[in-house]
Design a protein around this ligand. Structure first.
Ligand code: NIG
Ligand code: FE
Length: 406
């Protein structure tokens, strides 16, 4: 089965490494076997499709979907098409509600990560099926907003059996699961003994379900030495490294992430020149989470400074019940453009190819030939509308692996 999307008003492929933010006007895209087989000018589409299958010589263009032998031709009527969003940082497995904390912050109460312990209590009390139902609702929310790949962290149970449970439930819905036993020290635990557990029994329990390890390296959570010990235990167990760092103030997170070859260091709100230089000379992606600054009333990270210094920047939602309860990648793009000095092209790249880099994936985040056919048809003539029309649902249709997501 093949699908030809034609009549694309503006196509973003991210396939041109030299011109990262380029677009193609009046374009078409051919999908075969769930992968991108060809992209180019719509005027060449029929020839390209026919060349792929000599039996498909009589394609006709029309509005909506029409089947012609084995190829489905869909005219998207001038709409823009972009790669599916890659949300490389979420905390979707949880129970409970902390809207009261958000409301208090809006009247001036500062964000304190201590609220994490409230979610821990609610999550421990939830059954597997309650967590599954909540997760499924959030996943539907992500898909409806154009996200086709997402990472999910554990970190709201903080016992060995409980972290194993959260990792297992997350693995039911994504391949990108991160073990975050080092979220905070739970109530009643003692710091050093807890770090021991995170590095041994808890890690072993979660290990079968996870690809990554992460640590909240911040004042009030884990010190540099504790974080390094935890991350090295993860590496020894075969996990890739991610770090929550430099969210609440300057600190060691970024330098630690670079030193350990982390795929990504996330937040990066408070950076020194030395942090930026370290990132620029590394393969570690700086993942910015502007929904957090929006929801905690903090200053936004300076994406312009990072990009100008040569740092690879990703955008992610950090969807979680405390510091940022939104799963909207279009909102992240709008905030990045409005508040962080990114161009629309840079923001869309960061929310797609940047997220893929942060997950060390090259099969997603772009629409080059051979990529998984994960893409979003926008109900808009250009991707600019993602920032120009904030809060408006512009996702007309989402394909994942060439199939329309319901
Ligand atoms: O990424 N920083 C630590 N973890 C989350 C917040 C979690 C919470 O407040 O529940 C974050 O912002
Ligand atoms: Fe987070």
């Amino acid at each position: 089965m093949a699908t030809l999307l034609t009549g694309i008003g503006e196509l973003t492929t991210n396939a041109d490494a030299a011109a990262r933010t380029a677009t193609i006007g009046d374009a078409a895209l051919l999908i075969t076997d769930g992968r991108v087989a060809w992209t180019g000018p719509a005027s060449d589409a029929e020839t390209a499709a026919a060349a792929r299958d000599s039996g498909l010589s009589s394609l006709s263009r029309s509005s909506g979907a029409v089947s012609r032998s084995e190829i489905e031709v869909i005219d998207v009527d001038g709409r823009a098409v972009i790669p599916g969003f890659v949300d490389s940082h979420t905390h979707l497995v949880f129970a409970g509600d902390r809207a009261d904390e958000f409301e208090a912050r809006m009247t001036g109460v500062p964000y304190a990560a201590g609220g994490i312990r409230r979610t821990v209590a609610a999550t421990r009390a939830a059954t597997d099926d309650e967590l599954r139902t909540h997760l499924a609702a959030l996943v539907a929310e992500l898909h409806a907003q154009g996200t086709t790949t997402f990472e999910v962290k554990t970190g709201y149970d903080l016992t060995a059996a409980g972290e194993e449970r959260l990792a297992r439930l997350a693995a039911e819905i994504t391949d990108e699961v991160t073990y975050l036993g080092a979220h905070v020290v739970p109530e009643g635990a003692e710091g050093e003994a807890y770090v021991d557990l995170v590095c041994t029994g808890m890690l072993a329990a979660a290990r079968p379900h996870v690809r990554w390890i992460d640590v909240f390296c911040e004042r009030g959570a884990f010190t540099e030495a504790e974080s390094e010990r935890i991350l090295r235990a993860g590496v020894a167990a075969g996990l890739g490294v991610r770090v929550h760092g430099n969210q609440l103030g300057e600190g060691p997170g970024v330098q630690l992430a670079v030193r350990l070859g982390a795929a990504s260091v996330d937040h990066c709100t408070h950076l020194t020149e030395a942090d930026i230089a370290a990132l620029a000379g590394s393969d570690t992606v700086a993942t910015l989470l502007p929904g957090v600054e929006f929801s905690t009333r903090q200053p936004y990270p300076d994406a312009r400074r990072l990009i100008d210094a040569g740092v690879t920047v990703a955008l992610a939602s950090d969807c979680n019940p405390g510091s940022c309860f939104t799963s909207s990648m279009p909102l992240m793009i709008a905030l990045a453009v409005r508040e962080m000095g990114m161009t629309v092209g840079e923001a869309v790249w960061a929310a797609t190819a940047g997220g893929a880099r942060a997950l060390r994936r090259d099969d997603i985040g772009h629409l080059g030939v051979g990529a998984r056919a994960d893409l979003v048809v926008l109900d808009a003539p250009s991707r600019r509308h993602l920032a120009y029309r904030p809060g408006v649902p512009l996702v007309e249709r989402v394909y994942r692996g060439g199939e329309v997501l319901s």
